[in-house]
Write a protein that binds this ligand. Structure first.
Ligand code: SF4
Length: 332
């Protein structure tokens, strides 16, 4: 007799639509998401309300950014037949659950979230001293538990948010009965990808290589990129582990070729120009199918909205079932 296969575990993750995605986003998250879609029941959200918490002055731009994110997702190989791709603000149940969770979340839990104070300081020009921004992790908790997610893939810097979700879940379950499972952090190793100026690749530093950039744009960004400062002359040996360009090798070049380049760098057997040429070759090899899929989707923009709407319907169905349970537990 065939045993019934165990149901797939559920994964939830999201992206704030605040602009196009870059190679750092791919290496840090999307590459894993593409793998997860074959292993888990995945819900991937474009978290429009989270974008609004810091971009409320640019609210009208969020829809366009959401479209860009969806194109980036589909072009790197997220497949709507394998995972649910949806827009958070189109599933209103997230807002209702956010409200209910906020009733049981003590304020000090939110004030002590490490990223909260940091961001208040870093993004002073955005006036983030708002109720919505403080409550960001509660909305995140609602996003996760409304799908009863088992796993949340995050980098170490986000682990505190998942821990807070677990605390909120414990408190909610204690008061109203066991409704939500405690989600587990799925710590993914996030390799540091350097941007063109050597700092971490980030949209806000203006040093990013975007998934939608053309081959020529990428060449123009990579060729002048900073390298190990020891290599002043072609004959000076360098240290690849101290070179921002080598972070791209680690992400996109096969291991045997990486080792060869590292040896060449340390013995001055290869010049930085040629070394960057190798990175570009492998980057383009990775990006060609991505560009091809992007071209197909951009020819039919209506398809993007259709895919998202189909995802919204699937997400809503699950979220509504959870909310029926929650309202019942509250006696509403
Ligand atoms: S050879 Fe390559 S790894 Fe070495 S310093 Fe130059 S760009 Fe960096």
């Amino acid at each position: 007799m065939n045993a019934t296969p165990a149901p797939r575990k559920t994964v939830l993750s999201g992206v704030r639509p605040t602009g196009p995605l870059h190679l750092g986003n791919y290496v840090g998250a999307l590459r894993n998401w593409v793998k997860f879609q074959d292993l888990y029941r995945c819900f991937y959200a474009i978290v429009t309300w989270h974008a609004l918490s810091s971009e409320y002055m640019n609210a009208k731009a969020i829809k366009g950014w959401s479209f860009e994110i969806a194109v980036d997702w589909l072009s790197v190989g997220l497949d709507p037949d394998k995972c649910v791709l949806f827009v958070q603000s189109e599933v209103k149940e997230h807002a209702e659950l956010h409200l209910l969770l906020s009733m049981v979340t003590p304020l000090p839990w939110l004030e002590r979230v490490p990223t909260y104070k940091e961001q208040l300081k870093e993004l002073q020009e955005k006036e983030l001293n708002t109720y919505g921004f403080l409550g960001y992790p509660v909305l995140q908790a609602a996003d996760i538990v409304i799908y009863k997610a088992d796993y949340v893939p995050v980098g170490e810097d986000q682990a505190a948010h998942v821990e807070l979700t677990r605390e909120i879940v414990r408190r909610f379950n204690r008061i109203f009965g066991p409704i939500f499972p405690e989600p587990q952090t799925m710590l993914t190793e996030i390799p540091r990808l350097a941007g063109t100026d050597g700092r971490k690749m980030s949209k806000s530093y203006g040093n990013a290589v975007y998934l939608k950039d053309s081959a020529e744009t990428i060449r123009q960004k990579i060729m002048p990129m900073v390298t190990d400062t020891r290599r002043v002359r072609r004959s000076d040996p360098g240290e690849p582990d101290d070179c921002p360009v080598f972070t791209l090798h680690k992400a996109f070049v096969p291991k045997d070729k990486q080792d060869e380049i590292a040896r060449g760098c340390r013995t001055a057997g290869i010049g930085c120009r040629d070394c960057k040429g190798v990175v570009l070759e492998h980057l383009f090899r990775f990006l060609e199918p991505v560009w091809e899929r992007r071209r197909r989707f951009e020819e039919h923009p209506e398809k993007i909205w259709e895919i998202l709407e189909a995802g919204n319907v699937q997400a809503r169905r699950v979220a509504q079932a959870t909310m029926a349970e929650v309202r019942d537990a509250l006696g509403f």
